[in-house]
Design a protein around this ligand. Structure first.
Ligand SMILES: C/C(=C\COP(=O)(O)OP(=O)(O)O)CCC[C@H](C)CCC[C@H](C)CCCC(C)C
Length: 326
């Protein structure tokens, strides 16, 4: 490959990263809609959308008719573009200073978008998310507006995660559990509540599963150790050092998935439990091959290789719960 071809390829990768809201994005974008989309970090919508699918599966009531498809698509719109978009924009709004150190090319520290434009975006996304949640509750015939309540709860969690005085993200344990649970449990509850009755077993099991999400959330912290340290953010890599934090991270991911498999065995869903355990094996392999060897270099590579198996395991669990009628 010639130098010119390599440069062109690097440029297009940086552009893609910019649109998806990933680290290493290109700077200098002037189209305001692309900048707005970058702030909403579309890459982060995927787990929330997937969580809704898992919840629909665990309700045991999802059927492939047009109304259910449209209702689940609306729920995914709320969870992904609207509420995850709101959360990410709000987070970047409160992270101006730290992003100026860690990711200065991001839209706010680079000055690509003004503060009033950012505030408008936050409000529009939040109000649309809450409004459409209420419409979805009416459409699903809910006496109690569960989807709206979950949406408001998520909005509140997103606020205390990013904004002072609580700013949960400053604490490695609390912040990452809030992140893990709102990416696993919250959309799961929403999908389940849309098609069935949300119950305590689902709530507790998904909160348990969210500890694996905590591990995944910690992987995200290795990229920003320098800025976090300077600004006193107590992420796990800052508190325990890179090596120990990487081990905490992988143990959380593996042990809590295995715990969920043990629960599936306890409710006689043995086949689903075995499939879930089989999904953990490649994750352990990638932890050994990439992450534990060099967490700073291989964080993204590890996520890209291992995450598909974690999320498939979530769907297997959802199907098992739906099958068991939990
Ligand atoms: C902003 C979030 C993560 C980014 O964290 P951090 O600043 O450490 O990372 P970067 O350096 O990459 O910026 C996510 C925070 C999640 C939050 C606690 C709550 C999310 C709420 C849901 C989006 C609400 C979904 C409701 C729906 C399912 C009805």
């Amino acid at each position: 490959m010639t130098n010119r071809e390599t440069k062109t390829e690097e440029n297009s990768t940086a552009k893609t990263r910019q649109i998806l809201g990933m680290k290493g994005a290109a700077s200098g974008e002037t189209n305001i809609w692309k900048i707005r989309l970058q702030l909403m970090k579309p890459i982060t919508w995927i787990p929330l959308i997937w969580g809704v699918v898992c919840g629909a599966a665990s309700s045991g009531n999802y059927s492939w008719n047009l109304e259910n498809v449209l209702q689940s698509a609306t729920c995914m719109l709320i969870a992904g573009p609207l509420m995850a978009g709101y959360t990410q924009t709000l987070n970047d709004f409160y992270d101006k200073e730290i992003d100026a150190i860690n990711e200065p090319y991001r839209p706010i520290p680079s000055g690509a978008i003004s503060i009033p434009q950012v505030v408008t975006q936050i409000l529009v996304l939040l109000l649309s998310g809450v409004g459409i949640s209420y419409i979805l509750d009416l459409w699903a015939g809910h006496d109690f507006p569960m989807i709206t309540i979950l949406c408001l709860f998520g909005a509140f969690l997103a606020y205390i995660y990013s904004a002072p005085p609580l700013k949960l993200k400053q604490n490695g344990w609390l912040g990452n559990y809030a992140l893990g649970s709102s990416y696993i449990a919250l959309p799961w509850w929403t999908g389940h509540a849309l098609f069935g009755e949300l119950n305590l077993t689902i709530v507790i099991l998904t909160l348990f599963y969210s500890f694996a999400g905590l591990g995944i959330a910690v992987v995200n912290d290795f990229k920003s150790v320098e800025g976090d340290e300077k600004l006193g953010l107590k992420s796990l890599p800052v508190m325990f050092g890179i090596g120990t934090a990487a081990w905490i991270c992988v143990l959380m991911i593996d042990i809590f998935q295995a715990g969920v498999a043990a629960y599936l065995i306890s409710i006689q869903e043995n086949l689903y439990a075995v499939i879930l355990l089989l999904m953990v094996i490649p994750q352990i392999t990638f932890q050994d091959m990439y992450f534990l060897r060099n967490p700073l270099e291989n964080d993204v590579k590890y996520q890209a290789s291992a995450q598909p198996f974690l999320v498939l395991g979530m769907l297997i669990t959802g199907l098992a719960l739906g099958h068991a009628g939990v």
